[in-house]
Design a protein around this ligand. Structure first.
Ligand code: BYC
Ligand code: FE
Ligand code: FE
Length: 475
């Protein structure tokens, strides 16, 4: 069955009606979820009609339905990709055996921890973005923000379904706690660093959906390989939604860059701020900040947790099928460690380097995004007084808080620095108070259909073939 049953209180394609116990657990959780959404979700827009996409089937093509919906009426539900008949475990010690439909007792704690960590990021991001609706640069962007928010809400549902179905009482307790932690709360924070960072302006939002949601993509790709089949199938469907979040980030930053290019070309020699655009170097500092913070989300370079997850078959590599060998035994990974204040080449067992292997894929994908932005700059660089600026990805060692490199200071090329050298140059590399104040000063809502704020170019086309001046949100 690939269609989604909307006749149920909780839309699903898992025959919830046939599992009364689970249905009761989820129906008990649902009001608490809605209470969380109403108090911690997007402020003040719950009564507005928004042009949203809702999943109606889990087929690759044509799963989406577009229409006007109030966010609290969004049909959050439980959608898994169809089971692959005869699927076997694709990596680790249990390679080739049938995948599991239940959680093996010996892996229960690890698996629960992975699912809870994944789950925790979803409501965290909604909390981080809750005020942004008030300062959207256009109705198009406002709609995209809310689309991302409702889908992150659904990702929480996806993980809570797994917790409540397969982890009994502790699963139910974890599901409640997911609604109680709060992004940025000192006493009760979200689990991972980036998800406690404030995201209060739209340049941050676009960088977040570019770099932080892209961590989502790679973590989901790794979990989509899991031997625990319900987790794999859940993550496969989540990936279809994730693609839109990264589109919002990549094209959002791209449109900010494009606007700065236009202003640069039209006003040779003048500060782009005079036209209300955002300087290239400031955009680069925001990129440096969100890219480095999100690079931490892969954990330590050398990690026994990651080895355990891989050996057990809980979490694989992105695109595991592309590898020739799937046990990762008797193989090594070469990297530079940072030990006693020095970079030293080292070789570690591959299984212990699985966080770094996933980070490699992430860095490569980020680099493609940077190249996309530079192609925008290139379009404006042929003329006189054109755009010379080119964007770059900071080196993975830059500004880290997790892993070996957290112990040192590194420049954008990854070269070690003394604390004094770092202090002398950090204002070139990371957003300054003045940068944040300037960006904040630009955050004025633009609500007339088709109009854009001064600091962002229009998108090339509207959502789902609508014109750009479509009234995406009925205010
Ligand atoms: N901040 O052995 P290590 C998404 C902790 S994003 C704080 O290296 P491990 C989304 C770590 O938990 C995708 N703490 O860790 C995006 C461990 O703590 P304990 C999210 C951190 O276990 C946008 C300790 O350090 N999904 O979906 O190998 C919007 C030892 O470290 C951090 C997942 O993350 C950090 N950055 O790897 C909405 C997938 N990094 O146990 C949504 C599930 C590490 O010693 N999670 N620590 O207290 C995992 O696979 C792993 O937990 C991690 C960490 C990759 C995160
Ligand atoms: Fe998500
Ligand atoms: Fe996302």
């Amino acid at each position: 069955m690939t269609g989604i049953d909307y006749s149920q209180k909780i839309p699903n394609n898992v025959d919830l009606a046939g599992d009364k116990r689970l249905q009761r657990a989820l129906e008990a959780w649902q009001p608490n979820y809605l209470e969380w959404w109403n108090s911690m979700g997007p402020t003040d827009f719950n009564q507005k009609e928004i042009y949203l996409r809702t999943a109606i089937s889990v087929d690759k093509d044509g799963w989406a339905h577009y229409g006007f919906v109030k966010m609290p009426d969004y049909r959050w539900g439980i959608f898994l990709n169809p089971a692959e008949p005869g699927r076997t475990i694709g990596f680790g010690d249990n390679y080739g055996q049938p995948v599991w439909q239940q959680v093996p007792g010996e892996y229960r704690n690890w698996l629960r921890r992975l699912i809870v960590t994944q789950a925790d990021t979803e409501p965290a991001s909604v909390e981080q973005q809750r005020l942004l609706g008030h300062t959207a640069p256009s109705l198009y962007d406002l709609r995209n923000l809310f689309q991302v928010n409702v889908e992150e809400g659904r990702h929480l549902w996806a993980m809570v379904y797994l917790l409540q179905t397969y982890f009994g009482r502790d699963g139910r307790e974890e599901a409640e706690e997911l609604l109680q932690r709060r992004s940025g709360n000192a006493d009760h924070p979200r689990i991972l660093g980036t998800f406690n960072e404030p995201c209060q302006d739209w340049l941050s939002f676009f960088c977040f959906t570019m770099f932080t949601d892209r961590d989502g993509k790679f973590q989901l790709l790794a979990l989509a390989e899991s031997a625990f089949d319900p987790l794999a199938r859940t993550c496969r469907f989540m990936l279809t939604e994730e693609a839109h979040h990264m589109f919002v980030g990549q094209t959002g930053v791209g449109r900010v860059i494009e606007r700065t290019c236009q202003v640069t070309q039209e006003n040779p020699g003048r500060d782009v701020k005079s036209e209300g655009a955002i300087p290239f170097d400031l955009i680069q500092r925001y990129i440096n900040y969100w890219a480095s913070s999100s690079t931490d989300l892969y954990g330590a370079e050398v990690s026994s947790n990651s080895a355990n997850f891989f050996s057990a078959g809980l979490k694989g590599r992105a695109y595991e099928r592309r590898y020739e060998e799937h046990t990762a035994l008797d193989q090594t990974y070469a990297l530079e460690r940072f030990l006693d204040g020095k970079l030293v080449p080292d070789v570690v067992p591959l299984r212990n380097a699985m966080n770094e292997v996933l980070r490699d894929e992430y860095v490569k994908d980020n680099q493609k995004g940077i190249e996309y932005w530079n192609r925008i700059c290139e379009k404006y660089s042929s003329e006189t007084h054109g755009v010379e600026f080119r964007f770059r990805l900071p080196h993975r060692r830059f500004n880290r808080r997790i892993g070996d490199y957290a112990a040192g200071r590194f420049d954008l090329d990854g070269a070690p620095l003394t604390e004094a050298q770092w202090e002398a140059r950090v204002a070139e590399w990371l957003p300054t108070d003045a940068d944040r104040a300037y960006v904040k000063s630009l955050m004025k809502p633009v609500t007339e259909p088709g109009k854009m704020a001064s600091w962002i170019a229009p998108p090339p086309k509207g959502v789902n073939d609508t014109p750009i001046d479509y009234e995406y949100v009925r205010l």
